[in-house]
Design a protein around this ligand. Structure first.
Ligand SMILES: CC(C)(COP(=O)(O)OP(=O)(O)OC[C@H]1O[C@@H](n2cnc3c(N)ncnc32)[C@H](O)[C@@H]1OP(=O)(O)O)[C@@H](O)C(=O)NCCC(=O)NCCS
Length: 156
């Protein structure tokens, strides 16, 4: 990311689709969402999202989906590798958590691969705690594991 970049956070537009698909493929070594899955995610009328934009580039995105009256799930978050490690993911998470609160949710929930050490560290740094292990949660192996952990954060 260029030092003078000014990121804008806005809602998803259908013209973002190809760029988001590219981010998904570049940032997930195993099991990126397919184009069809991404369309389903954004077309879900219950889902809500934020996209980080740098000029004409999409730097990252996040999508959340309600689980019940009080909790919502961070369904997907990804930052383009060229923007990773510069706070974009944390900002996206903060935006979606604010939106959860505005919609009346008090708990943010997510699932992350147990071997995604970088992802786990990212979530821990952003206030999430491991609730439980989910055995064989994913169909594909990543770093020789299909297990996930569920993490939660009480929204204040
Ligand atoms: C995980 C991800 C969303 C984080 O976004 P990001 O913009 O790179 O993260 P930030 O710059 O906000 O990092 C915040 C903290 O997370 C941790 N972190 C982020 N990336 C990390 C990495 N590659 N290795 C170790 N820790 C990492 C660090 O503690 C970091 O704080 P620090 O910079 O003070 O050390 C992004 O790296 C990504 O898209 N990864 C691939 C997809 C993925 O794993 N998604 C999440 C799991 S489903």
């Amino acid at each position: 990311m260029r030092n003078d970049s000014v990121l804008i956070f806005r809602k998803f537009e259908w013209s973002d689709l190809d760029a988001i698909s590219g981010i998904e493929n570049r940032s997930f070594e195993v099991g990126p969402y397919s184009g069809e899955e991404i369309i389903d995610m954004f077309a879900n009328p219950l889902a809500f999202n934020y996209v980080a934009v740098d000029g004409d580039k999409i730097a990252g995105y996040v999508v959340a989906i309600p689980l019940d009256n009080s909790s919502a799930d961070v369904e997907s978050i990804a930052v383009d590798p060229s923007y990773q490690g510069s706070g974009v993911g944390s900002k996206l998470l903060a935006y979606i958590e604010e939106e959860m609160k505005a919609r009346g949710f008090s708990l943010s929930v997510l699932e992350v691969r147990e071997k995604n050490h970088e992802g786990l560290k990212f979530y821990e740094k952003n206030g999430y705690k491991v609730l439980e292990k989910l055995n064989n949660y994913y169909s594909e192996h990543f770093r020789e594991s299909r297990h996930a952990v569920r993490m939660t954060k009480i929204l204040k």
